[in-house]
Design a protein around this ligand. Structure first.
Ligand code: HMH
Length: 207
């Protein structure tokens, strides 16, 4: 029997809920997040996205050619996203020389380690990472300025469609993967969900 992404998700709805519903996002929605907390998240996420871009490049290198189109569209979107992050950081006069907090550091190392895993595991991780932000920013509903811009970036319908394509690609390769690879994909999903939960929490560790 083979798993699909949705079946993996249905086995782990508790941790997925924690990955996608968090006081950080609720406080953005209510406008009560403190600017320094938001800025802490912003800088850590910019540092994360730099390493995530490298991960996506490695996923491309492992992918079958039929999957290139979707992954290349993701890389093109990241070109725009990295420039946007740079603007947001400049507008807010944030210091990019900031070190990664331990959660961000561990998450980036984990993304690096995925390169040694079979492609179905990498495809599942990629879907889970993007789906966490898609749902996280979408579930609270319309956010006030200046957070609306952030919610729209990952909650918009084009991004939702991209995440759906990532799910289809992962499902396609999971279908013919060995039991052991499918189990690795499930473990990876749980690991990503835990990192995502902890990532939101970093905003509240501000100095
Ligand atoms: C922590 N997970 C984290 N940051 C992001 N920007 C995404 C996922 C989606 O790209």
């Amino acid at each position: 029997m083979s798993f699909t992404c949705n079946q993996i998700l249905q086995k782990h709805t508790d941790i997925w809920h924690e990955a996608t519903v968090h006081p950080f996002l609720e406080n953005c929605k209510s406008g009560t997040i403190q600017p320094h907390q938001f800025n802490t998240w912003l800088v850590q996420d910019y540092l994360f996205v730099i390493d995530f871009t490298r991960m996506l490049a490695r996923v491309l290198a492992s992918a079958p050619p039929q999957h290139f189109d979707v992954i290349l569209s993701g890389l093109a979107a990241l070109k725009d996203e990295l420039n946007w992050f740079k603007e947001k950081v400049a507008e807010r006069q944030l210091n990019l020389a900031t070190e990664k907090q331990p959660t961000c550091e561990q998450y980036c190392k984990y993304m690096h380690s995925l390169a040694d895993m079979p492609y179905p595991v990498q495809a599942t991780a990629l879907w889970a990472i993007e789906f966490a932000y898609n749902q996280g920013w979408q579930l609270p509903g319309a956010m006030p300025a200046p957070y609306k811009e952030f919610a729209d970036r990952w909650g918009n319908s084009d991004f939702t469609a991209y995440v759906k394509l990532l799910e289809q690609q992962a499902d396609q390769v999971l279908q013919t993967a060995s039991d052991s690879i499918q189990n690795q994909a499930e473990e990876t999903f749980v690991k990503v969900a835990k990192f995502e939960k902890d990532f939101w929490q970093m905003a509240f560790n501000a100095v």
